[in-house]
Design a protein around this ligand. Structure first.
Ligand code: COA
Length: 282
C-alpha cells in the first residue's frame, strides 16, 4: 500500500464507518486548503490531489471520497472576510505569461481526469464559489451536494479562455447542450438553488447541515460492496461513452459477470434470510 500523502494544501481526514462492509472502511474527506485564494487550484494543490488519488485508489480501506474547500480564515482586524469557496478556479496567476506549449503538458496530465478516473465513489461538498476549474472539479465527482449560497459558473470567457478541465463536455452531458452553451458563452453564475433546479447538484442543504448530509450519503455508499459499487459506476459511465445499444450490451455483460462473484451470492442469501449482507468485496 502506498503511504498516505501529506500536504499543507490538501488535508486528508479518514473517517471510520462503523457499519462499513467489509469492516474497516473509511470515508476519506479531502479539504483543499488555500482559503485566502478561495482554494484556487495551483500547481501545489493539483500535485497533492493527484497523489491523493493514487493513494486512495490503492488503499482498500477507502470506500468513498469527499472533496471540499476550506472555509475562510478569520480576517485580520478591520479587513473583510474572504467569501466561502469550494474552489474559485484554476489559479489564474499561473496562467500569466504561458504559451500553448507550456500549458499543454499541465492540461494533458490534469487533476480533473485523476478525480474522474477514480473507481471509487466521489462526492463534491460545496459551500461557496465553484467556478471555472472549481466547477470542473465538482463535475468530475460522481455527486454534488451544495448550499443555496454556493455559486457555480464557467467564467473563463471573461479571461479570453474557455473551460479546459472537461467543463464543456461534462456540462453538456449533465445539463444538456442548451444550458451548457449558455453557461460557457455567458460566463454567468448560477446560485445553488438554480443549480439544484437544473440538475447541476444532487441535493441542496443549508450550510449547517451540509457536512452531516454528505456524510450520511457517503456512509450509505460505504455499506455497499466495494466491488459491486465500482461495477455500478463503470456501467453508468458507459452511457457517456457508448451508443445506446452498445451501452445496453455493456450493462448486460457487467450484470451477468456479477453472477460469478461472492458478493452476489452473499447479497442474495442475505436478502432471502432477512440478514444484513457482509460483503467480501469480490
Ligand atoms: N486564481 C487565483 N486567485 C484567485 C482566484 C483564482 N481563480 N479566485 C480568487 N482568487 C484570489 C484573489 O486574487 C484574491 O487574492 P488577494 O486577496 O491576494 O488579492 C482572493 O482570492 C480573494 O478573491 P477576491 O476576488 O478578492 O474576492 P471577491 O469576493 O471580491 O470575489 C470572486 C470573488 C470569486 C467573484 C472572484 O475572486 C473571482 O472572480 N475569481 C476568479 C474566478 C474565475 O475566473 N475562475 C476561473 C479561473 S480558470
Amino acid at each position: 500500500m502506498p503511504a498516505q500523502p501529506e500536504s499543507n494544501v490538501l488535508g486528508i481526514d479518514n473517517i471510520s464507518v462503523e457499519s462499513s462492509s467489509p469492516s474497516g472502511g473509511v470515508v476519506s474527506l479531502w479539504t483543499i486548503n488555500r482559503p485566502d485564494k478561495l482554494n484556487a487550484l495551483n500547481n501545489e494543490v493539483n500535485t497533492a490531489i493527484k497523489a491523493a488519488c493514487a493513494w486512495a485508489e490503492e488503499e482498500e480501506s477507502v470506500r468513498v471520497i469527499i472533496v471540499t474547500g476550506a472555509p475562510p480564515n478569520t480576517p485580520p482586524e478591520g479587513k473583510r472576510s474572504k467569501p466561502n469557496s469550494f474552489v474559485a478556479g484554476a489559479d489564474i496567476s499561473e496562467f500569466k505569461g504561458k504559451s500553448s506549449t507550456e500549458i499543454r503538458p499541465i492540461f494533458d496530465d490534469n487533476v480533473w481526469e485523476y478525480i474522474w478516473n477514480l473507481s471509487k465513489p466521489t462526492i463534491a461538498m460545496i459551500d461557496g464559489f465553484a467556478l471555472g476549474g472549481g466547477s470542473e472539479l465538482a463535475l468530475s465527482c460522481d455527486l454534488r451536494i451544495a448550499t443555496p449560497r454556493s455559486n457555480f459558473g464557467t467564467p473563463e470567457i471573461n479571461l479570453g479562455l474557455i473551460p479546459g478541465g472537461g467543463g464543456t463536455q461534462r456540462l453538456c452531458r449533465l445539463l444538456g447542450y442548451g444550458k451548457a452553451m449558455e453557461m460557457v458563452m455567458s460566463g454567468e453564475m448560477v446560485d445553488g438553488t438554480e443549480a439544484h433546479r437544473i440538475g447541476l447538484v444532487n441535493h441542496l442543504v443549508e450550510p449547517d447541515e451540509l457536512h452531516q448530509k454528505v456524510m450520511s450519503i457517503a456512509e450509505n455508499l460505504a455499506q455497499k460492496s466495494p466491488y459491486t459499487i465500482r461495477v455500478a459506476k463503470s456501467a453508468v459511465r458507459a452511457a457517456l461513452e457508448k451508443p445506446f445499444s452498445s451501452g445496453i450490451l455493456a450493462e448486460r455483460d457487467l450484470f451477468c459477470a456479477l453472477f460469478d462473484t461472492a458478493d452476489m451470492e452473499i447479497g442474495v442469501d442475505a436478502f432471502l434470510n432477512r440478514e444484513t449482507p457482509e460483503w467480501k468485496g469480490a
